[in-house]
Design a protein around this ligand. Structure first.
Ligand code: GUN
Ligand code: ZN
Length: 436
């Protein structure tokens, strides 16, 4: 029977690989059906192709949902975001270290209370789905309960998510410091949540200044015991931070070395920011297969600096696109790409829409080692996708009407779209958001 099948007729767009830096995507990098059919079964893509071609194979009794005029893309991925900072988004002024002390640490103290953690986890996931983000790598607070709340809320929505409890044992309010229990709490969370459904655990030392060497070493020990774990932290975001790290770790030749010496740099490691790096550090990250999460709206908000995308590409260092809420100013992948384009302009490194949307989908999935599951509309992949409405706002509709190519339309989305352009968000073959 076909009761377990869902069929959607729409324009379909997905990347098979990196489209390159050219004005046109490299041959074969794009999968595009102007009048396509996306056939779902058991939460995955069962078939994809031209509607006219696939229509012949359809069972007689099936119903095709008509989304003609809409554009379906893989769900967007956010490789670095703090769910516990949702409510301090847009807190005025200051650079990183003041911002942490003034807004972030006091806010994260509230997550000692389980009811608070649960309500913010719910609100955060609702916001993510509203902007079309179906997968993210997420920081909690240092309280293990913050992760129980988050993973439970993800499970209820059947989302593919990677997350971890923050490890921090110095240089913050006592109420946030986890001391020796941080590692044991992480082990308990790994046992309870890592590999459950579509969930994964990311070992999460906040950054070198708020962990002792002993805690960084213990975090590295967790990774050595289980090669399927992820690791997330921050690296080289702000000049004041660099000075502080040099002072705290006088024996380490540079900031990255602090993490290398504790065994934290590997193919499943994501380092947020990586603005103030030299090519030696970029090359070491490349050799280990780690990725830098480029967080342009955050970098602009905190005045941290301009990420050098060309140096990343020249050294082979992988990088991903991320919101970094609450220093970031928008959860939307469109807004992240718009900010990335603006950073690129200031560096003389303009970002094509091909690069941008590849990055938000397959690029981010590949860098997180999730590309066997998500990032493409392709047979066997999990059915996580967004249904976009390019006439959602009068201005977007006007601009799109003037476009004659797909590249122009994607660029207009990158500059003008927001949550209003996300008509629906699906995860695991189920509609999880529908614009009201
Ligand atoms: N470095 C250490 N902690 C944080 C944080 O919460 N946000 C940002 N942007 N940078 C950090
Ligand atoms: Zn961050």
């Amino acid at each position: 029977g076909t009761s377990r099948d869902t069929l959607l007729r729409a324009e379909l767009l997905s990347f098979n690989r990196d489209p390159g830096e050219g004005d046109m995507p490299s041959p074969g990098s794009l999968e595009h059906y102007e009048d396509g059919l996306l056939w779902l079964r058991d939460g995955r893509v069962h078939a994809i192709g031209d509607y006219a071609t696939l229509a012949a194979e359809l069972p007689a009794d099936c119903r095709v949902e008509d989304y003609r005029g809409k554009l379906i893309m893989p769900g967007f991925i956010d490789t670095h975001v703090h769910y516990v900072q949702l409510d301090i988004i847009a807190s005025y002024g200051r650079q990183l270290l003041d911002w942490l002390n003034e807004y972030t640490f006091p806010e994260e103290c509230r997550f000692a209370e389980q009811a608070h953690a649960q309500s913010i986890a719910e609100a955060f996931l609702d916001e993510q789905l509203r902007v079309g983000t179906t997968t993210a790598q997420v920081f909690g607070s240092s309280h293990p309960g913050s992760m129980d709340a988050f993973f439970s809320a993800c499970r209820a929505r059947d989302l593919r998510m990677i997350a971890g409890k923050v490890l921090m044992d110095r240089h913050a309010p006592d109420a946030l410091l986890d001391g020796a229990t941080g590692i044991a709490d992480s082990e308990r969370l790994i046992a309870d949540w890592h590999g459950k459904g579509r969930l994964g655990y990311s070992v999460t030392p906040r950054f070198a200044p708020t962990s002792t060497r002993a805690q960084l070493d213990a975090a590295g020990g967790l990774l050595r015991n289980d090669a399927t774990l992820w690791m997330q932290t921050h690296l080289a975001e702000n000049p004041g931070e660099l000075d502080w790290v040099a002072e705290l770790y006088p024996g380490s030749p540079d900031y990255l070395a602090v993490y290398e010496e504790s065994g934290l740099v590997g193919p499943r490691s994501t380092f947020a920011h990586g603005i103030h790096l030299d090519n030696a550090m970029r090359t070491r990250l490349a050799e280990r297969g780690a990725n830098i999460a480029f967080c342009p709206s955050s970098n602009l908000f905190l005045g941290s600096g301009l990420f050098d995308r060309h140096a990343a590409r020249e050294t082979g260092m992988a990088f991903t696109y991320a919101s970094d809420i609450g220093a970031g100013t928008d959860l939307s992948g469109f807004a992240t790409l718009k900010a990335a384009y603006q950073v690129g302009q200031l560096k003389g490194q303009p970002l094509t829409a091909w690069q941008g949307f590849y990055g938000l989908t397959l690029g981010n999935a590949s860098a997180l080692s999730l590309d066997e599951h998500i990032g493409r509309l392709a047979v066997g992949k999990e059915a996580d996708f967004v249904i976009l409405d390019e006439s959602a706002t009068p201005l977007l509709a006007r601009r799109t009407a003037r476009c004659t190519t797909l590249g122009e339309r994607l660029f207009a989305l990158m500059m003008l779209a927001d949550d209003r352009a996300v008509a629906e968000t699906w995860a695991g073959g189920t509609r999880r958001h529908q614009r009201g």
